[in-house]
Design a protein. Structure first.
Length: 153
């Protein structure tokens, strides 16, 4: 388990070019930092809890049924495998090899996240990102992945 601050803030997920190709997403308009592309921004009351949830979620049957799988992991599962049931190890490896995260501690994390989503091209964000060209495709793929997952349980 990583040790992040137990404070509120926003976090930024970056993907490699190779990772973007595996996900089938266009990162040409995404912010680029050190050969990585910003693809997702999230908010957290507690950065440590939230990022460890994203990094270590178990994809348990009960969490899939209740919809309590990390939103980032739901998206990665949908794009890489097509279901959440058999994707945990694949998503774990993808996060380790193809993605990196950084965070910013701030008290106004809800407003900050909303502002950042509007400022950046973020193909993996759904909430607050309806105008993104990948939004409707991602919504459909996530819905299909959840339905497939529930049929496998």
């Amino acid at each position: 388990m990583e040790n992040f601050p137990s404070l509120s803030g926003v976090y930024y997920w970056y993907v490699s070019k190779n990772g973007a190709e595996k996900l089938g997403i266009d990162v040409s308009e995404c912010l680029k930092e050190n050969d990585m592309f910003l693809v997702y921004i999230g908010l957290a009351k507690n950065i440590n809890e939230r990022l460890n949830w994203h990094l270590n979620d178990s994809h348990s049957h009960s969490s899939i049924r209740s919809g309590f799988v990390s939103t980032l992991r739901q998206t990665l599962s949908a794009l890489l495998v097509g279901n959440m049931v058999s994707s945990k190890e694949i998503v774990d490896e993808f996060l380790r090899k193809e993605m990196k995260v950084r965070y910013e501690v701030c008290e106004d994390y809800e407003d900050r996240e909303s502002k950042l989503i509007k400022e950046h091209n973020l193909p993996l964000n759904i909430r607050g990102n309806r105008s993104h060209p990948f939004y409707s495709t991602l919504k459909k793929l996530r819905k299909k992945s959840k339905q497939t997952s529930l049929g496998m349980i």
